[in-house]
Design a protein around this ligand. Structure first.
Ligand code: NAD
Length: 506
C-alpha cells in the first residue's frame, strides 16, 4: 500500500444502498480513512433509487461499518469527521438527468477545491446495468480525462467468451483501457499478493519451481455456505463461471507465471496472460476425463439442515447447474510440461477454505534404513489464503531418539491478527484511486480466462448431468472428484485438523 495520501477524490458508488456497498465498500473506505490514506478533499456519493436523506444514509452506512468492518471498535472515534464526506443522491441510473446531476456535482467540487479531482465510478449494481451506465457516463462527457477518471466493474465480467468480448468492445470504444478496472477481489487479498513476494523475493524457490521438482499443484476454494436464496444469480452462473473463470485461474496464474522484470501493471498482467494462453484447451474427451461437476442435495452441515440446490427459490426443479467443479489443467510451456494443476471449488462443502498446495517430487531415500522411511513424505508448500492465513513448508526431520527415524514437520509463517490485515477491498479501492491497475483484470486477461473454461461449459451444456444431485452437504463434493486426483496416485489436501491452536493440513 502507498504511504502517501491520495489527491482530491470523488467516488460515486452506483448501487450505494446495495449489499456490496454496505458490507464491503464503505467499511473499506472508512478503514482507509482511519489509516490516513485518504485526503480531506474527499466525496463519497452513494447513488440509489431508495429514499434516503444524507443523515439517514450515513446512519445506514454506519450500521454496516459497525457490523462488517474489521475495526468495529473505532466507529465512534473518527466517524463524525468521516461521515461528512458521505452524501446520498437518489437517482435513477437509467435516466440521463442522473448524469447531469453528477456533472453538476463534479463542477461544484472542482470550484470549491480549486483542483481537478480523481473521479471513481463504481458499478456496484447488477452487471446487466453496467453497459447502459457506461454509455450514459460517456455521453455525459464526465469520463473524458483518462488520467483522472476510472470506471470500476464488479464480477461477473461477461457471462461467456462472446459476451465478455462484446462488453470489452463496447467499453473500448468509449474509454481507454487504463480507465477500466475489472475487479477480482481475490487479487486484493494479502495472502494472494504475498505469493509474488514469496516466489520472487526469495532465491530459494525459483530454481525448484518447475517440472523437474514439482509433482503437482492443487488449488481448493471451498465454501460451506449453500446458494442461500441467490438462485436467480446462480442459475445463470454455476461454480465454473462463479469461481474458476476468475479467482481460481488468477491464483493459478500467480503460481505458474514467469518472473516479471518489473512490478509495472502491464508487465505483471502480460506474464499472467501468458499462463492463461498456455493452459491446454480441452477437447470433448478431455472434458470427460479431466473435469468433474457436482450439485448438492439435501442434508446436514454442522448441525444445520441444508435443502437441496434444486429446492432453492428461483431454481428449476431439474436444474443442471453445477454447485461444484473440479478440473485438472495443464500449462503447456517449458516450465510446467506435464505437471497437473488440480483445482476444485464448491458450495455446501465440509470447510470454508482456500488453499494452494505445491507438492514437490519425492527425494531418493536409498540411504535410510527401511523403517526410517515409513513416514517419509515429499516436501510440500501450503499457502492458506482464507480463513487461515499462513504459509507452511513441510520437510523431513529426524525423530528424537537413538534410531534414525524420520518424521514430516512444518515450518510455518503465520500472518498477524486478521484485524490488522487490510481487507481486499481496501487494497483495491486505494489502488483504483491511485491509478495502479496491477491487481485488476485487463481485457485480454478476462477473455483468455473465458477461453479456458468455454469448452468445458459447452460440453456440460450439451450433455445435461444424469446423476444430479450427486453430493451431500458437509462432504468434499462428488466421488468423481476424488477419483480425478486418485487416478494419478494423489489425494486432495483437505481440511486442516485443529491441533490445539495449530491448523495442520493432512
Ligand atoms: P444489490 O442488489 O444488493 O445492490 C444493487 C443496488 O443497485 C441496489 O441498491 C439497487 O437499488 C441499485 N439499483 C438498481 N437499479 C438502479 C437504478 N436504475 N438506478 C439506481 N440504482 C439502482 O447487489 P450487490 O450484492 O450489492 O452487488 C452489486 C454488484 O457487485 C453486482 O455486480 C454483484 O455481482 C457484484 N458483487 C457483489 C458481491 C457481494 O458480496 N454482494 C460480491 C462480489 C461481487
Amino acid at each position: 500500500m502507498a504511504k502517501t495520501q491520495t489527491s482530491p477524490t470523488i467516488i460515486f458508488i452506483f448501487g450505494g444502498t446495495g449489499d456490496l456497498a454496505h458490507r464491503k465498500l464503505m467499511p473499506a473506505l472508512y478503514n482507509l480513512y482511519l489509516d490516513n490514506y485518504l485526503c480531506d478533499k474527499l466525496s463519497i456519493i452513494g447513488i440509489g433509487r431508495s429514499e434516503y436523506t444524507n443523515d439517514s444514509y450515513r446512519q445506514y452506512i454506519k450500521e454496516g461499518i459497525k457490523e462488517f468492518s474489521r475495526r468495529k471498535e473505532e466507529i465512534n472515534g473518527q466517524w463524525d469527521v468521516f461521515s461528512q464526506f458521505i452524501e446520498y443522491m437518489r437517482l435513477d441510473l437509467g435516466k440521463n438527468e442522473a448524469y447531469q446531476s453528477m456533472a453538476d456535482f463534479i463542477k461544484k467540487k472542482e470550484e470549491d477545491w480549486k483542483a481537478e479531482p480523481t473521479i471513481v465510478y463504481y458499478m456496484s449494481v447488477a452487471p446487466q446495468l453496467a453497459p447502459t451506465i457506461s454509455q450514459k457516463l460517456y455521453e455525459a462527457k464526465i469520463t473524458t480525462n483518462p488520467a483522472k477518471s476510472r470506471i470500476v466493474f464488479e464480477k461477473p465480467f461477461g457471462h461467456s467468451l462472446e459476451s465478455a468480448k462484446e462488453l470489452n468492445t463496447i467499453l473500448g470504444k468509449m474509454f481507454k483501457e487504463e480507465q477500466i478496472y475489472r475487479i477480482d477481489h481475490y487479487l486484493g487479498k494479502e495472502t494472494v499478493q504475498n505469493i509474488l513476494a514469496f516466489r520472487f523475493a526469495n532465491a530459494l524457490f525459483e530454481p525448484v519451481w518447475n517440472k523437474h521438482y514439482i509433482d503437482h499443484v492443487q488449488i481448493t476454494a471451498a465454501e460451506t455456505v449453500s446458494v442461500e436464496g441467490r438462485g436467480n444469480y446462480y442459475e445463470q452462473a454455476g461454480a465454473l463461471r462463479d469461481m474458476v473463470q476468475n479467482h481460481i485461474l488468477q491464483l493459478l496464474c500467480m503460481i505458474a507465471m514467469e518472473a516479471p522484470v518489473s512490478f509495472n501493471a502491464d508487465e505483471i498482467r502480460n506474464k499472467k496472460v501468458d499462463v492463461l494462453n498456455a493452459i491446454r484447451k480441452f477437447n470433448k474427451t478431455d472434458v470427460y476425463k479431466n473435469a468433474v461437476r457436482g450439485q448438492y442435495g439435501s442434508g446436514w452441515l454442522k448441525g444445520e439442515e441444508i435443502k437441496s440446490y434444486r429446492l432453492e427459490p428461483n431454481v428449476t426443479p431439474k436444474s443442471p447447474v453445477e454447485t461444484f467443479a473440479a478440473v485438472k489443467f495443464f500449462v503447456d510451456n517449458w516450465r510446467w510440461k506435464d505437471v497437473p494443476f488440480y483445482v476444485r471449488t464448491g458450495k455446501a462443502l465440509t470447510e470454508k477454505i482456500s488453499l494452494i498446495t505445491i507438492q514437490f517430487k519425492p527425494s531418493p531415500n536409498y540411504a535410510f534404513p527401511k523403517e526410517a522411511t515409513e513416514t517419509w513424505r515429499p516436501n510440500r508448500l501450503t499457502i492458506s489464503i482464507q480463513p487461515e492465513m499462513d504459509i507452511r513448508l513441510r520437510f523431513q526431520a529426524k525423530q528424537t531418539g537413538p534410531s534414525m527415524n524420520l518424521q514430516p514437520v512444518d515450518m510455518v509463517y503465520r500472518y498477524a491478527n486478521e484485524e490488522d490485515q487490510p481487507e481486499a477491498y481496501e487494497t483495491l479501492l486505494l489502488d483504483i484511486i491511485e491509478g495502479d491497475a496491477t491487481l485488476f483484470m485487463r481485457a485480454d486477461q478476462v477473455e483468455a480466462a473465458w477461453e479456458v473454461i468455454t469448452p468445458i461449459l459447452e460440453i456440460w451444456h450439451s450433455k445435461p448431468p444424469v446423476d444430479f444431485p450427486n453430493y451431500s452437504p458437509g462432504t468434499w463434493g462428488p466421488e468423481d472428484s476424488e477419483a480425478l486426483i486418485a487416478q494419478d496416485g494423489h489425494h486432495w489436501v483437505t481440511l486442516p485438523i485443529d491441533e490445539g491452536n495449530k491448523k495442520v493440513p493432512k
